[in-house]
Design a protein around this ligand. Structure first.
Ligand code: TNX
Length: 543
């Protein structure tokens, strides 16, 4: 992440929030108040020198928290002790990279020594992503059965340290970790975020910055919306104009851009280093103007339309009756599958308003086997439910609370027949919806979505008639018609994204808005320390 970008993001924040001067004044007031509280014997503010962050002040809420015993204190003598495995060492190095800049301590990652922070892979009931954290006077031990579990445990440990740990310059400390035990495993295996890199293009560094933010909240899936009417963003060797021409613009007429295959591999590698699986999406048969503009042959009338820089939807369609359409799909799917170590390939299927229904069904029946042929599993937007989803396919639900019962029933029926569901209800999980009428960015077609609304629903009981086992998880899409840089992505994603992450991770029994909003407020200073923008929602008791 370049220094320059951090600076840019920080500057912009002033337009949304408190001015730096009032923030400083307010900050000193708080310091005075905290000192006062301390001398008066009232409880000191959590995360300050005097009191460690309470063990349960974590997002997503852990499955089980048993506080107790003495805190551990990270000092200049602390070592990060790993077992002999490469994976534990990797998690240890990652933790050291987080802690060294702000603590200023050397924090060697080593297999030797006794006390300290210990990371170990061992058996135990923690599955592919769970972990156990034990904290006491002599150290903190993270135990997991698999590397992703250790990584998620590291994210928990991070949140248990004072917010200043996230700064990139040396801070005074001290660095206490509350005593006790956390045992934690996720509710769902699919905890996703989608980024639309088509409406506006985002550089590899911008995507990496977002990946780091997703990792903070234990998300494990990055869905990249790589093609749409306004831009084709991934190099395809057999159809080169898709990227060079189809990617040469964006909403508003900016220069757009695309990922080379090396760029894309770098995103996949970086995501994997944070235990996120990348799911590439090529949206078909609608949302395809950029492809149709790049190759005249793909159009039924043989005439290429111009590039499109507006924000309308539903006007484009691949030519379902032409054989070349399926040559195109085969080539694109083959090349993208070859770049993708993950299990899934997203074929879109939403808002195909210019494709007659029979054609839509015919198209999906031909395209789904192509995905299988190249070794991937199909996921599509929930319109796929109306077109014979392939065995094992997933459908991503993006309707609203008020969406018609007929459409919901179609999705429920597919779910009862074995189609897994990923839930992204637009009036809950869409990060591009405005918070309220004054939100300067975003859209409002699904209504305003304030923080409570985005958090306060249960994925397990959301769609009537759907067996709980059909729900594979949740995903928060971030569409970018109105967003063009990292600061703007952050302003829309935070503070709603952590709520969707919690719905995906935490047991339903922990769900509680009053408790959640307090934990959420504690994240604000962390985002400040990381130089991130966010919406100062009036629903959250920011300190
Ligand atoms: C609907 S949701 C779309 C996108 C837009 C989005 C804006 C879905 C599958 N399609 O094409 O970008 O609304 O909120």
């Amino acid at each position: 992440m370049s220094v320059e970008k951090g600076a840019r993001v920080r500057r912009r924040r002033r337009h949304h929030g408190t001015t730096p001067r009032t923030a400083r004044l307010f900050g000193s007031l708080l310091l005075v108040m905290a000192a006062g509280a301390f001398t008066l014997g009232a409880s000191p503010a959590p995360g300050t020198a005097a009191a460690p962050v309470p063990l349960d002040r974590v997002i997503p809420a852990p499955a089980s928290v048993v506080p107790g015993g003495s805190p551990y204190r990270i000092t200049e003598d602390t070592r990060i002790r790993v077992d002999g495995s490469r994976e534990a060492r990797r998690a240890g190095e990652y933790l050291a990279d987080v802690l060294r800049p702000s603590t200023g301590y050397p924090l060697p990652v080593t297999e030797h020594g006794r006390s300290g922070i210990r990371l170990r892979l061992a058996g135990g009931p923690y599955g592919a992503e769970g972990y156990r954290l034990d904290s006491g006077r002599s150290g903190v031990t993270l135990t997991a059965a698999a590397p992703a579990g250790l990584f998620h445990g590291v994210q928990t440990l991070r949140q248990l340290l004072p917010a200043a740990v996230e700064k990139d310059s040396v801070q005074p400390g001290p660095w206490p970790v509350a005593g006790g035990t956390i045992e934690d495993t996720p509710r769902y295996g699919w905890r996703g975020a989608m980024l639309d890199v088509s409406r506006h293009f985002f550089s590899v560094d911008e995507v990496k910055r977002y990946i780091d933010q997703l990792a903070l909240y234990k998300l494990n899936t990055l869905h990249l919306h790589l093609s749409d009417d306004q831009g084709w963003r991934i190099a395809i060797d057999s159809w080169p104009r898709l990227a060079t021409y189809g990617g040469s613009s964006e909403v508003g007429g900016g220069p757009g851009g695309h990922y080379t295959k090396a760029d894309y591999r770098e995103i996949v590698r970086y995501a994997a280093s944070r235990h996120l699986e990348v799911v590439p999406e090529i949206d078909m048969p609608g949302h395809t103007n950029a492809a149709l503009a790049s190759y005249a042959d793909l159009n039924c009338d043989g005439v290429a339309p111009p590039l499109y820089t507006g924000t309308a939807v539903g006007f484009s369609s691949l030519c379902v009756g032409k054989e070349i359409t399926y040559d195109f799909v085969d080539d694109v799917v083959r090349e993208i599958a070859a770049l993708t170590p993950g299990r899934y390939l997203h074929i879109g299927g939403d808002e195909a308003h210019s494709t007659p229904h029979d054609d839509f069904v015919r198209f999906m029946e031909r395209v789904q086997p192509v995905v299988a042929k190249y070794g991937k599993t199909v996921i599509g937007w929930h319109q796929l439910a109306g077109a014979n989803p392939a065995k094992g396919a997933l459908a991503q639900y993006w309707g609203l609370d008020r969406t018609g019962g007929a459409e919901k029933e179609l999705v429920a029926e597919a779910a009862r027949n074995g189609t897994g569901l990923v839930l992204s209800p637009a009036d809950r999980a869409y990060l591009d919806m405005k918070y309220d009428k004054d939100t300067p960015l975003g859209l409002s077609w699904a209504g305003y979505v304030e923080v409570r609304r985005s958090y306060d629903w249960d994925p397990g009981a959301y769609l009537p008639g759907v067996p709980a086992s059909a729900v594979r998880g949740v995903e928060a899409p971030l569409w970018t018609e109105t967003l063009s840089d990292s600061g703007q992505l952050e302003y829309m994603a935070f503070p709603r994204l952590p709520g969707i992450a919690e719905l995906g991770w935490s047991p339903a029994a922990t769900h509680d808005w009053e408790d959640y909003r307090v934990r959420l407020a504690a994240q604000g200073p962390r985002w400040d320390a990381l130089g991130m923008d966010y919406h100062r929602s009036p629903q959250v008791p920011w300190s």
